[in-house]
Design a protein around this ligand. Structure first.
Ligand SMILES: Nc1nc2c(ncn2[C@@H]2O[C@H](COP(=O)(O)OP(=O)(O)OP(=O)(O)O)[C@@H](O)[C@H]2O)c(=O)[nH]1
Length: 413
């Protein structure tokens, strides 16, 4: 009997051992593959050094697939969209983005570096000559030449040299600081600090007693930067809080109206335009009409300038002005001159002044010339102040002209 009981116990133990082996081998088969270690997260194992004993592998607790916890499924709103963003919804028609132009106050000072870079030869040249120990006749002649080369003009040059000679004589010994001050004062007197340099855009009263926007006509030879200046001026006005309507009355160059419209769209100003080669006067008339209807503050009219037929130009510009005046006064007529053309600019100025009553000058491309003296010459020629200067191709590179900042840029620091 005892033998039977012993045999049963041995049989049970043997069966149990075999069962355990089978289960253990099954478990091994069910083990998930070890997750690949991520180098950016996991620290690399220390390199075994020579002479170190190899460690025996520590047994790690193993888990079955069923035992491994899965990360929780993200809530529906957290789920990243599967579709590409542009496919997510039909694209709404893109609204043109309205730009906010730079404030106009102190623009000339901000752009001074650009101005002084191009004007170095005038101011610095004069200071170097005046600092010579002996100011003999040759030196005075050189001073005169420097001024003439910078397009200051004959009469203003002679005046300035005479004043400088007198004051240097009185001064006796000259320190560089005294000379700088003296030259600054004399150049400032030449440029003039008294003139009204504001661009007149105040609203007025129309012929029917209604409120009429300020009306500005922009005239000048094609290529001087007229359309660009009209666009930049729109930005200046918008920066100063005014609403603007543009009139594309330059129907001579087909792309001019597109160019102006693009400038307008950038600051939210409507552009009135007509058919290619259409009548500039009727476009200008419609632009002011639109300005009145929109209750705009200012209407800017870009015109064409064909110098090769002076009579044609006279007819056209005169007509534009007369037709616009059917609504009320034209408040400002700005002549755009390219500073790099020097004396040629003066010839243009003369012709335009005969055609219309210029009230202000815009000198463009002053960033590209050392002939800043044209400011003096053209003011003398027309008896009209420079009101704005172009100092680059950037949208906000048009600055109200400030004599002090200009002269400081001429002399340099
Ligand atoms: N460097 C520099 N370039 C300027 C300035 N003002 C205008 N320009 C450039 O001068 C070129 C001519 O300008 P436009 O405005 O097309 O000339 P426009 O007189 O209107 O000529 P039309 O449209 O044919 O009548 C453009 O490339 C302008 O970017 C400036 O102050 N500095």
């Amino acid at each position: 009997m005892e033998i039977v009981i012993l045999a049963v116990v041995i049989a049970v133990v043997a069966l149990g051992a075999i069962g355990g082996l089978v289960v253990s081998s099954r478990k091994k088969k069910q083990l998930p593959p070890a997750p690949p270690s991520s180098p950016s997260v996991t620290a690399p194992p220390a390199e075994p050094q020579v002479g170190e004993e190899a460690e025996t592998a520590r047994p790690e607790p193993r888990r079955t697939v069923e035992e491994v916890e899965l990360p929780e499924a993200p809530a529906p709103e957290e789920t990243a969209p599967v579709v590409e963003p542009e496919e997510a919804a039909p694209a709404a028609p893109a609204e043109p983005e309205i730009e906010v132009p730079e404030p106009t106050a102190g623009r000339l000072v901000r752009l001074r570096a650009r101005l002084s870079r191009s004007q170095n030869s005038l101011g610095k040249g004069l200071l170097t000559l005046l600092s010579r120990e002996h100011l003999d006749e040759d030196t005075w002649e050189e001073i005169e030449d420097t001024l003439l080369t910078a397009d200051v003009g004959v009469a203003p040059t002679q005046e300035l040299v005479e004043r400088l000679r007198e004051r240097v004589k009185v001064l006796g010994t000259r320190t560089p600081e005294e000379l700088r001050l003296l030259l600054r004062e004399e150049l400032l007197a030449l440029v003039g600090t008294e003139a009204d340099r504001s661009v007149h855009t105040e609203p007025g009263v129309g012929v029917n007693g209604e409120e009429k926007p300020g009306v500005v006509m922009v005239v000048g030879v094609n290529g001087t930067g007229k359309t660009t200046t009209t666009g930049k001026l729109a930005r200046v006005l918008v920066a100063d809080g005014k609403s603007v309507v543009l009139g594309a009355a330059d129907t001579f160059r087909a792309a001019a109206a597109d160019q102006l419209q693009t400038w307008g769209e950038r600051v939210g100003a409507r552009t009135v335009r007509g058919p290619e080669g259409g009548d500039p006067a009727s476009i200008a008339f419609d632009a002011v009409k639109e300005g009145i209807a929109e209750n705009a503050d200012v209407v800017l009219i870009d015109t064409a300038g064909r110098l090769h037929t002076k009579t044609g130009l006279m007819d056209e510009l005169g007509k534009v002005k007369r037709v616009v005046e059917k609504h009320g006064s034209v408040d400002e007529i700005l002549l755009v001159l390219d500073a790099t053309t020097g004396q040629n600019g003066l010839v243009q100025a003369r012709v335009f002044a005969e055609v219309v009553n210029i009230t202000g000058i815009v000198l463009t491309k002053l960033d590209g010339t050392a002939k800043g003296g044209i400011v003096v010459a053209v003011q003398r020629e027309l008896g009209v102040p420079v009101k704005l200067v172009g100092l680059g191709e950037g949208a906000d590179d048009l600055a109200p002209f400030e004599p002090e900042a200009f002269v400081d840029a001429l002399i340099g620091d």
